[in-house]
Design a protein around this ligand. Sequence first.
Ligand code: GAL
Length: 426
Amino acid sequence: MTQSLHRHRTKLALLLSLLGFNAVAVGEVEFLHWWTSNGERKALSVLDEHLIHSSLSVSTSSVLGGGGDSAMTVLQARALAGNTPSFAQIEGPSIKSWDAIGILHNINAVAKQHQWDDVLYPLTIDINRTQNGYVALPLTLHRLNWLWVNHQLLNKLGLEAPKTWPDMFDAMQKARQEGIMPLAIGKQPWQIAQLFESLVIASGGVDFYNTVLVDLNKNNIDSDQMRHALKQFRRLSELLEVSEESVNSTELSNQKWDTATAALANNEALFQLGGDWILGELLAENISVPSHIGCYPAPQSHNIFLYNMDSFIFMKSKSFTQDDAIQLANALADKEFQTRFNQVKGSIPVRSDIDLSSFNPCQIQSYKDFNYAIEHGLAAPSMTDSMAVNPMAQQAINSEIFRYYRDSSVTEGEVIKRIISIAESN
Ligand code: GAL
């Protein structure tokens, strides 16, 4: 919410009270999130516009750093200091951890009013409901195993969109030889780790992925499929690290994910692998999807739906009461708002009763693939994007994977041993 909007609202409330209208006292609520790219900010404006009609005035505190690691660190520090925001963006199992320490408002009344038990997907209910009932409001369902393809460069290279990793490596090799950046990626641990997630799925399928990165099963971590995924990952790092020197590319190291998306959209890069927040970014920049940039399942992950979900938690404090939480959650549970927000964000809705016919073709494909995956046990939570294990284990594993990617002296055996020791302490 911009400050000027906030000032207008306060003046409006004052004017209404002077004119004798019983304007509801404008409550001040603070929202903590990590949506800072153009596409994410455009989705946020849908939220701002929607909340203008509620009597709550929202100020936002954004934390830089896609993926949410930094935002979660800030949230923990603020909770320890007794200075929580009114509501915060959050993902996956940490919802249950926050509920367990008793600082979340319960929103069962909202769930009842909006028939969440009937309209939410079962996995959405599992993520946002605890033994205390609903303690988080679900908003987006993102698919992560997408390959985004620049069709202009693909045609220039005389290639087809790769369905397997051997074809993917061939295509990236050819792009490098032609001086084109093979794969746009911001070199941050969570983004690099997401590449590895794709290779684990490609190496052993969704069941193998679940045993290794969701269940952290030691025997499967120390396995031939894992070593195969690590070999492919090393090959990818050599190709991408070398190609950064050899092609005329903007230095992507430590760049944010949306800088990589800009390289893809501007015909500097052939591919980008990542979640459909990338679609939200492309749509915000008026890039034509799927004609200019196409969306394809990540190689060897057809029919699989690797997901993460954005939810909001409402945090108890003197300045943010249970009534405030119910009022705010009621507004955010609105079906029309949820439809518009997801359409702009690039995700699909978390509820099954929304018509997607006006969504982008990639979102319609995501919706179809999600329903197929749910029916056939092919949907999996993203470990690197906070959906599968506790944040400590997630960040520790992500950093080991990042270290292996950046340091060729780290062996397969060493990274496997380190991930197993994290699994044992989990
Ligand atoms: C994810 C989040 C998405 C998206 C992405 C990049 O963790 O769920 O909404 O914004 O980070 O920041």
